[in-house]
Design a binder for this molecule. Structure first.
Ligand code: ZN
Length: 352
């Protein structure tokens, strides 16, 4: 038995298929919301009892969050960002968060906050999934822009998560005082640009980094080449050795990042040399700290939320044990994953 798992980076609005972007753009609100409910349930069935949704459309993740909290649906607790702030035609512009200039930035943060957001997401650099968007290492906002976003978020008591692949964008996000950095791949035009002093600042400021390791991390090497993959993977271990507080997340929803792949994502950290007890902390107690919910989530303790899972085996010996979730309690409400039911029924049938 262990605390419910926490995925610090998901997109319930995306379906993880090859056309995830086109699909979310074409979907009407009702069908999108239903799809999101199904995917939330899928996460719950894998033992994930808390997710941070870092970008959706039309405030749907907030509606789903409330439906789960009200007991209308089984699902993980959701912390929602609403539309991520991005540049005009920038990374994930189709989610509705395009802004240009200080006033528009303040307006969008305010809109998201009034729409019930738990966190503000800013796309500090380009990304890999937006056709025609800026390059992945390119900054989308100035330092002053990011400062404005953080300042406005603080007015509503909200933390800020910055998507940043490029080193320039990472540096500006750190200076602006964001709470978490997503991806943090240290990319520059065509290569990598790792800055030791910036790492020290991330550590000193207590900024958490979520590498958002896709469940399909092994496919990355196939698509982008062994050398690039090796370099990227080594950076994650290096950040850890330098004292950066890393947390688990999958980017579930983007192409190939499936909603039942949390354990595969955790195995990435094992592959690059993290001990298993540390990995489980990254998915529970450390993740709760990164999300600002550590006072009642991430541990099995008196006074904490009743978020816990029962698995077959000891994940400290083998992470694979986390694939056999027998039973989930989320916010005190029990549920049995579909796969566990199938296993149990199958065992009976064969036992007859
Ligand atoms: Zn993402």
């Amino acid at each position: 038995m262990l605390p419910g798992l926490i995925d610090c980076h998901v997109h319930l609005a995306f379906d993880a298929g090859p056309d995830a972007i086109a699909t979310v753009q074409a979907a009407d609100e009702a069908s999108l919301l239903l799809g999101m409910a199904g995917r939330a349930r899928q996460l719950l069935d894998t033992g994930v009892t808390t997710v941070r949704d870092l970008g959706d459309r039309d405030g749907l993740a907030v509606r789903l969050r409330d439906a789960v909290a009200d007991g209308l649906l089984h699902g993980p607790r959701i912390l929602a960002a609403n539309a991520p702030l991005t540049a005009p035609s920038g990374h994930c512009w189709f989610l509705g968060g395009e802004v240009e200039g200080e006033e528009a930035i303040r307006d969008m943060v305010r809109n998201n906050a009034r729409g019930g957001a738990d966190v503000i997401k800013v796309m500090a650099t380009g990304g890999g999934i937006t056709p025609g968007g800026p390059a992945i290492w390119e900054s989308q906002f100035s330092l002053q822009n990011l400062r404005t976003a953080v300042e406005e978020a603080r007015r509503y008591g909200l933390p800020v998560a910055a998507h940043a692949h490029g080193t320039a964008g990472i540096a500006d996000a750190v200076t602006a005082g964001v709470d978490t950095i997503e991806h943090c791949t240290w990319m520059s035009d065509g290569g990598f640009d790792v800055r030791e002093e910036l790492i020290d600042e991330i550590v000193a400021k207590g900024i958490h980094v979520c590498p958002a390791a896709s469940p399909d991390w092994q496919g990355f090497a196939k698509r982008f080449g062994q050398d690039r993959a090796k370099e990227l993977f080594a950076r994650v271990r290096w950040m850890d050795q330098r004292g950066v507080r890393l947390v688990a997340g999958t980017d579930a929803g983007v192409p190939r990042a499936v909603f039942d792949g949390f354990v595969a994502s955790l195995e990435f950290f094992q592959h690059v040399g993290f001990p298993r007890d540390r990995i489980i902390e990254m998915a529970t107690v450390d993740a709760a700290r990164a999300l600002g919910i550590a006072d009642d989530t991430g541990r099995l303790a008196r006074g904490y939320r009743a978020d816990l899972i029962v698995v077959d085996g000891d994940p400290l010996n083998d992470l694979d044990a986390l694939r056999n979730v027998h039973f989930v309690i989320a916010d005190g409400r029990p549920s049995v994953p579909e796969r566990a039911v199938v296993r149990a029924v199958g065992a009976k049938v064969t036992g007859v």
